[in-house]
Design a protein around this ligand. Structure first.
Ligand SMILES: *Cc1c(COP(=O)(O)O)cnc(C)c1O
Length: 471
């Protein structure tokens, strides 16, 4: 593996980062922010990157491209599925037309999700699937003769996407509601569920009094607002980009009960957590709950292209069909894109065969190594759930320091705020996960060294804007 400085500059990547700067916006970053690394190749779990300084580095992708690239890059089966479909047709409109990839993928999704979920709406991204789910909840209430029920109940600290409907249910601060007031709907927020952990990977440890208090508060708030509520949306058990926090499954169970009691559409956002990431096939299984509506995305296509799906219960589907419109009022141009569906079909088949073994392997190594970071004074908390490892610092470190240190260890991370975290591709070998975990420890250690006076002070060097909720 070439170390920075040992491998030469590469003509193919030359100048791209400089041309990018000022031309392209990156997620939650300024046009004149720090220059990005250029991806020259991606194969297996490894990215070949050219740093802004012109050095070529090979780095294991500790982020799986933000949860997506679970099968790694250039996966032979996914490549074949894409090529096979591209030689037939890449895209056709979904209005009035159907095709094999859409039908087979929908059948498979219905098969691998709880039996209550019987209908599928394909959306072109996770955020759009959330928009569809929210609209569905409102439509569902109107169809039941309660058009005044239009608000959504959710918890603070959540993340559901960047489009305006999805933003309205993101954490108000992380989701920048104040900046976009008037554009973003005012939903009903309750406190984030108290943090909890699974120290041994199965049993949950939480502050029982805090959980009981939270449950009581949520029941009260929801009942008070029942006449205006259409649905509930939450990320089950793991809040992702809003803070990488885990919470007690009892909280999820009570939200399900409240939805039943108050006749609300219960939506779980499994876009990040679905397909095994938290150690259960779907994270809602930690609580044994079945939603009325489930959003999946991210790992769905193994990161090959953008696709998400909204799975809907037979009961809710029947309400929509009985409504005045009879249809779910949405229909994007690239709905059920055949290329994306064909790849997703193969991705879900692969996931089904091997996720359990894969995620167990990731979890074992992360649990063994990451807790070492808890000894550092700069570290506030270390948590692992399934194939997700998180180190939370007391204060946000210089992200450039973290990224640089990890790259020197041959690993790519994208820290945000006070968090340095990893969700490795499922296909990582034990050794590769260990390399990721060591790099994370090494980066955390560098923060400790810097904070105790060695090296540059944090933020002294061209600190980039950190991602907002967009990670
Ligand atoms: C990433 C994410 C989304 C948004 O998905 P996009 O494909 O980025 O639009 C929504 N919800 C959760 C939980 C996510 O992690």
């Amino acid at each position: 593996m070439p170390e920075p400085g040992t491998a030469g500059n590469t003509p193919a990547g030359e100048g791209l980062a400089a041309r990018d700067r000022g031309l392209l916006w990156h997620p939650y970053a300024a046009l004149d922010g720090p220059a990005p690394c250029t991806v020259q190749a991606a194969e297996g779990v490894t990215l070949t990157l050219v740093t802004p300084e012109g050095q070529t580095v090979e780095a294991i992708d500790g982020m799986a491209s933000w949860w997506c690239a679970v099968h790694g890059y250039r996966n032979p089966e996914l490549d074949r599925a894409a090529v096979d479909q591209i030689t037939q047709f890449s895209h056709v409109m979904f209005g009035g037309l159907t095709h094999r990839p859409a039908v087979e993928l929908a059948e498979l999704l219905v098969e691998v999700t709880p039996p209550e979920l019987q209908h599928v709406f394909f959306a072109d991204s996770g955020s759009v699937s959330v928009e569809v789910a929210l609209k569905l909840a409102v439509q569902c209430q109107a169809a039941r003769g309660r058009p005044e029920r239009r608000r959504i109940l959710t918890v603070r600290g959540g993340y559901h996407g960047d489009t305006t409907g999805a933003m309205s249910v993101c954490d108000p601060e992380g989701g920048m509601h104040a900046e976009f007031s008037g554009l973003v709907a005012e939903q009903l927020f309750v406190a984030p569920p108290p943090a909890a952990a699974t120290p041994d990977g199965s049993v949950w440890a939480s502050d029982d009094a805090a959980v009981q208090q939270w449950l009581a508060d949520v029941r009260t708030t929801a009942r008070e607002h029942r006449e205006e509520l259409a649905g509930i949306i939450v990320e089950p058990v793991l809040q992702g980009a809003g803070g990488m926090r885990t919470y007690d499954p009892r909280c999820l169970r009570v939200l399900r009960e409240l939805a039943d009691e108050l006749d609300l559409v219960f939506i779980v956002d499994e876009i990040a957590t679905g397909f095994g990431r938290t150690g259960k096939w779907f994270a809602s299984e930690w609580a044994g709950v079945v939603p009325d509506v489930m959003c999946v995305g991210k790992a769905l296509t193994g990161g090959y292209m953008s696709l998400a799906a909204v799975l809907v219960s037979e009961a809710v589907g029947a309400v929509i069909t009985a409504s005045e419109q009879r249809a779910l009022m949405h229909g994007p141009t690239f709905m059920a894109n055949p290329l994306a569906c064909a790849v997703a079909l193969e991705s879900v088949r692969l996931l089904r065969e091997s996720w359990q073994e894969d995620v167990a392997r990731l979890e074992t190594a992360l649990r063994e190594l990451l807790p070492v970071a808890a000894d550092l004074s700069v570290v506030k908390d270390v948590r692992v759930i399934g194939g997700v490892g998180v180190v939370e610092f007391h204060e946000a470190p210089d992200p450039a320091l973290l990224t640089r240190t990890a790259l020197e260890q041959g690993v790519w991370f994208r820290p945000f705020g006070r968090l340095l975290y990893t969700m490795p591709p499922y296909v990582c070998t034990d050794e590769e996960v260990r390399t990721i975990a060591y790099a994370l420890l090494r980066a955390a250690q560098e923060v400790e060294l810097t904070s105790t006076g060695r090296g540059a002070a944090p933020h002294a060097v061209d600190a980039p804007l950190q991602d907002g909720a967009g990670a």
